[in-house]
Design a protein around this ligand. Structure first.
Ligand SMILES: Nc1ncnc2c1ncn2[C@@H]1O[C@H](COP(=O)(O)OP(=O)(O)O)[C@@H](O)[C@H]1O
Ligand SMILES: N[C@@H](CCOP(=O)(O)O)C(=O)O
Length: 342
């Protein structure tokens, strides 16, 4: 018998104007403990108490971690072996815009890579992550860690359509290599991340379905100008709150999504100086979590945003309850730890 652990950081994506482009790995983890037994017992997956029973499937063909692992393994002409006891310890809330699906997908490709002895480089694993997730920002940040900017190559448009289970007959040679390019950028040590997480889920698929198919040129230019500046100013040792605030403004996704997140417009309108240390706020990923960038006063700022949410009501008419986490950037990306040596 031997054991290993796969640790995958959560992510916050977009950071305002960088829709489907920017992602940041955070110190809040999906941890997958794998025990490899010496016998042929069927492979199983289960979760610690942090994940409520019934919230995710434990069927290997349905669960996002194992079905991704099976997808990758099968495309390389193999499958997950018997004898694996997989225990998932997940600190990342599901459907809140902190990249839970991206971490499950990254966890799945890492699992297949180790369990099937594929030894693929992260660059190749990323091709599969992008296939499953459809956009690179959250999976790239979880796989690689740190502050990551990505683009998809033309090859990404020739990726075969996703088919799970028995319908999937894809071979690895059908999946193009290097479907994206990702660069890790500097993130200022002075800027911390505060997330205010409403206690309801918002599926990324729903938050993407409300976006328009086409945009005005002025809105595209508005975002291009800001995202370019943002990638530089977020690395400054001494951050300039006014410039960062303006560079966090967006016209491509948040406005369209605000109807799904009561209170969001009031939070997005908060400017530097509203509280000591506050730089700016935006949606985290596809929401409903709000991301706040700040240099100090983190708990108090988080509490104030919680109070704003409480002034708005959810679908059942109740005030929007939320909780706050102050998070650090995780620079290392997804890792496999051999527990036999520990
Ligand atoms: N650790 C996990 N194990 C299995 N499935 C997961 C896990 N994390 C996320 N998922 C799946 O992804 C869904 C959430 O994905 P999504 O709507 O994209 O939200 P998020 O913003 O959290 O990524 C969950 O409802 C669940 O089906
Ligand atoms: N760019 C995507 C990011 C989705 O991130 P998630 O954390 O909600 O999975 C989007 O905005 O749709």
């Amino acid at each position: 018998m031997h054991k290993y652990t796969i640790k995958v950081p959560s992510s916050t994506s977009n950071i305002g104007p960088g829709f489907d482009v920017l992602g940041l790995g955070l110190k809040l983890f999906l941890t997958i403990h794998v025990t490899v037994h010496d016998d042929e017992r069927p492979t199983t997956i289960d979760y610690t108490d942090k994940t409520p029973k019934g919230s995710v499937s434990l069927d290997l063909e349905e669960n996002l971690i194992t079905k991704t692992a099976l997808y990758l393994a099968r495309s390389y002409g193999t499958t997950l072996p018997n004898g694996l006891e997989i225990m998932v310890d997940n600190d990342i809330p599901l459907g809140r815009g902190l990249g839970s699906s991206g971490t499950a997908i990254v966890g799945g490709v890492m699992l297949a890579n180790v369990a099937c002895g594929l030894n693929l480089p992260k660059e190749r694993l990323l091709d599969y992550c992008i296939m499953v997730e459809g956009h690179p920002d959250n999976v790239a940040a979880s796989l690689l860690g740190g502050f990551v900017g990505s683009y998809l190559n033309e090859k990404a448009s020739s990726l075969p359509p996703m088919k799970w289970g028995a319908e999937n007959t894809i071979k690895q040679e059908d999946i193009p290599y290097k479907t994206s390019a990702c660069i890790k950028m500097k993130w200022s040590k002075a800027i911390k991340v505060v997330v205010v997480i409403p206690k309801y889920e918002l599926a990324t698929s729903l938050a993407r379905s409300v976006l328009p198919q086409q945009y005005d040129r002025k809105d595209i230019v508005f975002n291009l100008q800001r995202v370019t500046v943002l990638t530089h100013v977020l690395g400054d040792d001494v951050p300039n709150p006014e410039v960062i605030y303006e560079a966090m403004q967006d016209r491509i996704h948040q406005h369209y999504r605000q109807k799904l997140i009561p209170g969001l417009p009031e939070i997005l309108a908060l400017k530097p100086g509203f509280m000591k240390g506050f730089i700016g706020a935006c949606m985290s990923g596809a929401g409903p979590t709000v991301l706040i960038l700040a240099t100090e006063n983190f708990e108090a700022i988080g509490k104030k945003i919680q109070e704003i949410f409480m002034n708005y009501k959810d679908e059942s008419g109740k005030p929007i309850d939320s909780y706050v986490k102050v998070l650090e950037v995780f620079n290392d990306g997804a890792v496999v730890i051999n527990e036999d040596e520990n």
